[in-house]
Design a protein around this ligand. Sequence first.
Ligand SMILES: [Zn+2]
Ligand SMILES: [Zn+2]
Length: 209
Amino acid sequence: MNCTACTAPLDHAAQLCPACTGGLDVRLAELPGLYLLLADQLRPGAGRSDGPVALVREAPLPVREDVLDMRAAGGMVTTLESWREAMQEARGWGQPACTGSIERRIMAAARGLQLNLDWIAAEFEAAGDLAREIRALTGQVNALLDPAPRTLSVGTCAADLGQGDICDAPLRVPAGTTTVRCRRCGTNYPPHTWMTLATGAWAPAGAAA
Ligand SMILES: [Zn+2]
Ligand SMILES: [Zn+2]
């Protein structure tokens, strides 16, 4: 008998090994919070106090459709609700109610699965698919929340911190924004300076004459 999610051998008849059961438990507990965090990603830059507020007001940044899809019907809520429904059906129970805001539905579906985790790990025949799908879903959400892979590198900070001490911290353009701000010294670089930064042709202030 092997775990239906990771194929590790099991010492007694079950669907999931302890590691996959624990991982599923943690992910189900995390997902409602991750859903809330995704709201901050809808308009990158819009909620930042150091962002170009006037610019945002005049020309709203486009909504990130990948984040929108994950938050809408058909996204996270549908994955969780279909699994809860499948689990209830397998137990011979009726269909769960899916009412209220998407936020509440996500909480209810994740909680419903968590409350039945012992049965899922021991007997639910689709437990392996459930565990793998929830792991993939959590990975997708975390990727949406982490802007690092989506940023563009534009070189290093050219700010002179005094006595020719150039900051030199790596600069990145966060997804969806038009402001590059050095995380080390706070210097702002508007878009027209990016090419100069990227080519390393920046003349330190005072050095050009
Ligand atoms: Zn496993
Ligand atoms: Zn800097």
